[in-house]
Ligand binder design. Structure first.
Ligand SMILES: *Cc1c(COP(=O)(O)O)cnc(C)c1O
Length: 415
């Protein structure tokens, strides 16, 4: 077995370094379906415990929804388990095309192409549509999968300061010589839950003749009055050229993603996108369930309305309790603690109170910006939210941070 000893030593040292820096990501085992109430085990210590889940992207509470599970069973029974092929050889069923059409209708676009994941959609989209004559102008905080997708593309890269429209305009001016320019942003940014200024972005795109791409993974299904996404929320439906999004979050949470937008671009992606041409088809069981999800959320806004109500309630009550929360309307609620160890200890204490949340700190967020990220779901009932608020308040008192802002917390705990 050729496993060079210097390689082995290197990998072991890297792992040791990760542990020593306190950055080791320990996976917890969930012994139940995904939902508001889950059974969790920490393999390294804590025994199985029932907790209320506040860290899934299960925004609409559809991950284990009986209607969705039933549609998945129906897909399995009617169309089998796997396709054993990519789309263009013998991996396209009628239901794949049907789902793409439903996405276009829901998002208000011309056409849609499915991918095995949104990570794959982002890996594909830039390389196919742009080359070295072109420019990609991206928000500084775009998702890792966009960063990787941009790496695969030869177009020139520009970065503008997070949601800073003056800086974006500067970059548009700097890149005047490029053939095409593409402005690239997340619709909702995953750490702060803040929403991109898509109305301003679309105005600038029109002024400078640029293409707009929005990754709406944290929005599709619930942001906007009828849940179409950030473009609906910002009043720019029809003005965004490309939307990439995931089926792995609000839309049932299994897996799969898509690019939706201008027809010519989608057609070209179908010819040339490498993760589409060389990776297997989304299985029928997922296509069938996702299709059901789009039917349900096209017919009624009940779930996104409940999510909105839950979110407003939680944000209001936590603010009243004295927590320092990043303002907004999104179900991502960042509870700011600034100090990494405090965020981590706080999350652990909450776990023993039956509240499952995760502390985020550098390098996931900037240094000195440690926080607990709470994610609200339409699956949460008032009892869930009240229990969480009570537990947060108890632990907040323990660490004496209620009513305190960044300055006080940093004075007490350091950065
Ligand atoms: C979750 C997420 C992705 C990845 O989606 P997958 O379908 O799980 O690959 C891509 N972009 C953003 C903004 C996300 O939040």
């Amino acid at each position: 077995m050729a496993y060079p000893s210097n390689a082995k030593e290197y990998y072991q040292n890297e792992l040791k370094g990760i542990k020593e820096a306190g950055l080791n990501k320990e996976e917890r085992y969930i012994h139940s379906p995904q939902g508001a109430d889950i059974k969790v085990e920490f393999p390294s210590g804590a025994p199985e415990k029932e907790v209320i889940n506040f860290c899934a992207n299960n925004y609409l509470g559809l991950s284990s929804n009986p209607e969705v599970v039933k549609a998945a069973h129906q897909g399995l029974d009617a169309r089998g388990y796997g396709m054993s092929s990519v789309r263009f050889i013998c991996g396209t069923q009628d239901i794949h095309r049907e789902l793409e059409n439903k996405f276009s209708k829901f998002l208000g676009t011309e056409d849609t192409i499915l991918f095995p994941s949104c990570m794959d959609a982002n890996a594909a989209v830039f390389d196919v549509l742009l080359d070295r004559q072109d420019a990609m102008i991206a928000d500084k905080l775009v998702h890792a999968s966009i960063v990787d997708g941009m790496r695969l593309c030869k177009a020139q890269q520009y970065v503008y300061k997070h949601s800073n429209m003056e800086h974006l305009e500067e970059k548009l001016q700097e890149s005047q010589e490029n053939r095409f320019r593409m402005i690239i942003t997340d619709g909702v940014f995953s750490m702060d839950g803040d929403i991109a200024k898509l109305d301003n972005i679309c105005d600038l795109a029109e002024k400078y003749n640029a293409i707009v791409l929005v990754d709406d993974s944290h929005s599709t299904g619930f942001v906007g009055k009828t849940g179409r996404g950030t473009h609906e929320h910002c009043g720019v439906m029809g003005r965004v050229d490309l939307i990439t999004t995931t089926m792995g979050k609000a839309l049932g949470g299994a897996s799969g993603g898509c690019v939706s937008g201008r027809k010519d671009m989608i057609d070209l992606l179908r010819q040339r996108a490498r993760p589409y041409l060389f990776s297997n088809t989304v299985p029928p069981v997922i296509v069938s369930a996702a299709s059901k999800v789009l039917d349900v959320i096209s017919k009624t806004t009940e779930r996104r309305d409940k999510l909105e109500k839950n979110t407003l309630y939680f944000r209001k009550r936590m603010t009243e309790a004295g927590f320092d929360i990043k303002e907004g309307i999104h179900p991502i609620v960042p509870i700011m603690l600034y100090n990494a160890k405090l965020a981590s200890d706080f999350a652990k204490d909450l776990y023993y109170e039956g509240i499952y949340v995760i502390g985020f700190f550098f390098p996931v967020v900037a240094k000195g910006e440690a926080r607990i990220r709470v994610q609200i779901s339409a699956d949460h009932e008032m009892e869930h939210l009240d229990k969480a608020i009570t537990a947060f308040t108890k632990i907040g008192k323990k660490y004496d941070i209620l009513g305190k802002g960044k300055k006080d917390i940093v004075e007490k705990y350091g950065l």
